[in-house]
Design a protein. Structure first.
Ligand code: ATP
Length: 877
């Protein structure tokens, strides 16, 4: 491309046509798909450089850099040099296998995270080949014609070519806190500071108002943001659980090291060879220090998040998976989240008469109502005859069309000159149209605000007096049926004003009529509301709609009972935070709320100790989403800004998906808990076995290779299969977990202690009995009993309460497979002749094996008894 050979132009000094020529693109039709693909291949994707994926080899190597592993390998090598090299090889192989398992898991977790990030990358609307299309923002190239509107994060640097009241928050780039209103005119000073180049839009800045089109002039690292961007850090920070486990792990490591030191000294004093004792002690330390716990948490959360995407919940911040289970309040928007956002006009009112459908469009005031419905409307019919745009507006177009109004004809006859776009603060919009002899202004919006601005009303015979109380009463009546009510008004102006000031223009209006729109609840919403309540979560509805509409819909969904409290935005604004905090827990529905007020709701609930999930879709929702414990954005209808601020995106915009995600979050947390319980109990069992033996006058029960083997086969496969455990039956029948609660609560540390002791006791009993009976195989027996005890244990802790027999053996096939494999491996170690010298084992007789099986099922039975006591409420409550 010749353009690339020249110095990059000062784009703000060129007008749109010149910029298009320089970029070799079309100002109306954009690039062709072929040209865009060519430029993408040539210039690379529109991304800022990010810290890339870690090199897999380095990841594998990092598995072996742990201090204790290095000591173990060192000790094994020394032992091999002076003793049996075979032992060294076996130990190194096991350590290596352990590292490989760790690597595979970490690698999967990293890939899962990368895939999630990719899914979360924003989309951009472009015009290519003259047709609008939605593409991944990474695929934008210079010359692309892009459309942006309020709520978008600008996907690239743009030379703006069309504007409708377009304002951008550029604070991220320029530090200017006020949104900048953009202009089209080209500027002459080539060296203007970025913030003054009013006809440009910059990647990463936020469109806060209006709409625009522009040509992409720079992408990726060539953009102004790219020039200042240093490497972006990946997912920031650790989850609360990871932090706590890491801290706990450090303390535990010290305790384990102390115990291992005692084991070493005690053995040595008893006359065991020092090097052999050192190997035993270090193997025990390697097996029992749970250094992998934080990593396992990441893995479980990342894989859980990958699964949640399939259920339409896209996690943007990993800690959310963990904290979802603590949510006590879900504050949800109404429209589109609890309802279907498939609006339909249910009735219309004009001239004091309410009708089920719009008719008589040839005579006043019905013709004016029809005109307002079509003209004061940003929805449109596309080439295929489908309605596109905001559902409130498409419903109005559909109703006008059904009454026989010709959308295209009307819009050509009254071309739009200017507009005051809708914003939820005003809850209305206005459009100005050329009309015979002047300008016709049409306004539509929430009835209360509109009526206060109307001075008279249209009637069949012209203009007559307005009875606001009567119209109000009618609007209330419709709202109480759950309808969204819109009012329409008009005003005639001699000419289009120079300054579009909403306050002065939207006054002295003539009222035309009302439209009542029905928006059916989502079919699954009522069940999801009930599920929330059963799970101890309070569902709350927040809406910009009228209190009566909100109450009717909330009642239908079960969010509010008869006589329940609906708080309107006006009153909320008058309450101080302290006053509001006293009431907040009794309010289930908020109406006529503007997005800024959501912050007050989140703050009041958090001050009361609640853990809040809050949904939002607009630009102004972003601060509340950030502040909430779990911000929830909309994937279909929402803005980029809200999605950036949120911890989770609902791909289907559906309230029920939040509840599914909470359930999934609880399940994942339960399974992490089970994993911790399992490994820590196994470790505790191994420690007790080795530690207590000398005190009972017994020789060291296990060799280092046995300790490492137990650690490998039990932690590795069965432990990880626990992550696949299904949700407990009562997962949504119990109250939310307090966020600060220790993972060891509800009897976990007691379990780790006593079941560990039981494992150790059974192993030592086996040892004492076998030695007493004169068995030459006592060590193989202890080894087998301890391994199989882990398997019995993992089966028993699949549920915190339910017995294995009611869960069924087959309900976690992966775990069953892992158990069978572990069992077969243990049998191989005993019965495959060439493995015997490596593992220092001997084939057990049938009687010995039967004894081992019987003894190792003691742990299983013990834990089942523990659960039976829990079920009866006698333990850990
Ligand atoms: P929810 O908060 O339940 O999702 P919402 O966000 O759709 O509702 P807003 O969009 O803030 O609520 O709408 C608030 C009010 O503004 C509506 O009740 C309606 O009266 C009015 N309104 C909504 N859409 C339009 C529109 N396109 N033109 C004019 N007025 C509108």
């Amino acid at each position: 491309m010749a353009t690339e050979l020249r110095a990059p132009p000062r784009w703000h000094t060129l007008d749109g046509a010149a910029a298009a020529a320089r970029l070799d693109t079309d100002l109306k039709a954009g690039l062709t798909a072929g040209a865009a693909a060519g430029r993408l291949a040539h210039g690379g994707p529109n991304v800022l450089q990010e810290a890339g994926l870690r090199n897999p080899l380095l990841m594998l190597a990092s598995q072996f850099t742990d201090f204790m592993i290095l000591v173990l390998i060192g000790a094994a090598v020394i032992a091999g040099i002076i003793g049996e090299p075979q032992d060294t090889i076996a130990i190194v192989v096991i350590v290596f296998l352990n590292g490989v398992i760790g690597f595979v898991q970490e690698y999967r977790a990293e890939r899962a995270m990368a895939a999630l990030k990719k899914m979360a990358s924003p989309q951009a609307r472009v015009i290519r080949d003259g047709q609008p299309a939605l593409v991944d923002a990474r695929e934008l190239v210079p010359g692309d014609l892009v459309e942006v509107e309020a709520g978008n994060i600008l996907p690239a640097d743009l030379r703006l070519t069309e504007l409708a009241a377009f304002k951008v928050d550029e604070s991220a780039l320029t530090g200017e806190s006020q949104p900048v209103e953009k202009r089209l005119a080209s500027l002459h000073d080539a060296d203007l500071p970025l913030g003054d180049r009013l006809n440009l839009g910059y990647k990463g800045t936020v469109a806060t108002y209006g709409r625009a089109r522009g040509l992409v002039v720079a992408t990726g690292m060539q953009t102004e943001l790219g020039k200042i961007a240093t490497l972006l850090a990946g997912e920031a920070g650790k989850t609360p659980l990871q932090k706590r486990l890491a801290r706990f792990g450090q303390h535990l490591a010290l305790a384990v090291l102390a115990i291992c030191a005692i084991v070493f000294v005690a053995g040595w004093l008893r006359g065991e060879p020092a090097l052999a004792m050192l190997l035993t002690a270090v193997s025990l330390a390697v097996a029992a220090i749970p250094e992998a716990l934080p990593a396992v948490v990441t893995i479980s959360l990342a894989l859980g998040a990958a699964r949640m995407v399939k259920q339409q919940a896209l996690i943007r911040r990993l800690p959310a998976v963990e904290t979802l289970g603590s949510v006590t309040y879900i504050c949800s928007d109404k429209t589109g989240t609890l309802t279907q956002n498939r609006m339909q006009v249910d009735c219309v009112e004009a001239g004091g008469e309410t009708r089920a459908t719009l008719s008589d469009i040839d005579s006043a005031p019905w013709c004016d109502l029809g005109l307002a419905m079509v003209l004061c409307n940003d929805a449109a019919t596309d080439a295929d005859g489908r309605l596109t745009g905001d559902p409130t507006e498409t419903a109005l177009l559909a109703a006008a069309g059904a009454a026989g109004l010709d959308e295209a004809g009307v819009r050509t006859a009254w071309p739009r000159l200017a507009e005051l776009p809708f914003d939820s603060g005003r809850a209305r919009m206005s459009t100005l149209h050329r009309d015979a002899g002047g300008v016709l202004m049409l306004v539509k919006g929430a009835p209360e605000g509109m009526l206060a601005r109307c001075v008279d009303r249209l009637t069949a015979g012209g203009v007559g007096p307005l009875d606001p109380a009567a119209v109000h009463a009618e609007a209330e009546r419709l709202a109480a049926q759950g309808l969204r009510v819109l009012a329409f008004a008009l005003k005639r102006l001699p000419a289009a004003p120079d300054i579009m000031d909403a306050e002065s223009l939207e006054s002295d209006l003539t009222f035309i009529g009302l439209a009542g729109l029905i928006d059916p609840p989502r079919p699954e919403a009522a069940a999801a509301v009930a599920a929330c309540k059963a799970a101890g979560i309070v569902p709350v509805m927040i809406t910009g709609d009228h209190p009566a509409t909100a109450r009717a819909v909330a009642h239908r969904l079960g969010i509010i009972e008869d006589g329940g409290r609906v708080l309107a935005g006006g009153r909320l604004a008058r309450l101080s935070l302290e006053e509001f905090e006293r009431e907040v827990e009794s309010v289930r529905v908020y109406a006529r709320i503007n997005p800024e007020q959501k912050i007050k709701i989140v703050r009041a609930l958090q001050d009361r100790g609640e853990f809040v999930a809050m949904t939002g879709d607009g630009v102004n929702d972003a601060p509340a989403l950030k502040m909430a414990d779990i911000g929830v954005a909309m994937g279909k209808g929402g803005t980029d800004v809200a999605r950036e601020a949120a911890a989770m995106t609902l791909l289907d915009d559906n309230f029920a998906t939040i509840v599914t995600a909470v359930r999934e979050g609880r399940r994942i947390f339960d399974n992490v808990r089970k994993f911790v319980k399992y490994t820590m109990t196994s470790n505790s069992g191994e420690i007790w076995t080795i530690f207590l033996a000398p005190f009972m006058g017994l020789p060291i029960p296990l060799l280092p290779i046995h300790i490492l083997w137990i650690n490998l086969v039990t932690d590795g496969l069965p432990g990880l299969a626990l992550a696949r455990e299904r949700a407990e039956r009562d997962v949504m029948q119990r109250p939310p977990r307090p966020p600060a609660e220790s993972i060891f609560a509800h009897g976990m540390w007691q379990h780790i202690l006593w079941v560990g002791l039981l494992m150790g006791g059974v192993s030592l009993l086996t040892q004492a009995w076998a030695i007493h009976a004169g068995s030459a195989h006592w060590q193989s027996m202890v080894f087998t009993v301890l391994t199989l005890s882990q398997l019995g244990h993992v089966l028993a802790i699949r549920s915190e309460r339910e017995s294995l027999f009611s869960l069924g053996m087959l309900s976690n096939p992966l775990l069953l497979a892992a158990l069978l494999l572990t069992f077969v491996l243990q049998m191989a170690v005993l019965y495959v002749p060439w493995l015997n010298p490596i593992f220092r084992t001997a084939p057990l007789s049938l009687g010995e094996l039967a004894a081992c099986l019987a003894l190792s099922s003691v742990v299983f039975a013990g834990v089942e008894v523990e659960k039976a006591l829990v079920r009866r409420g006698w333990l850990y409550r």
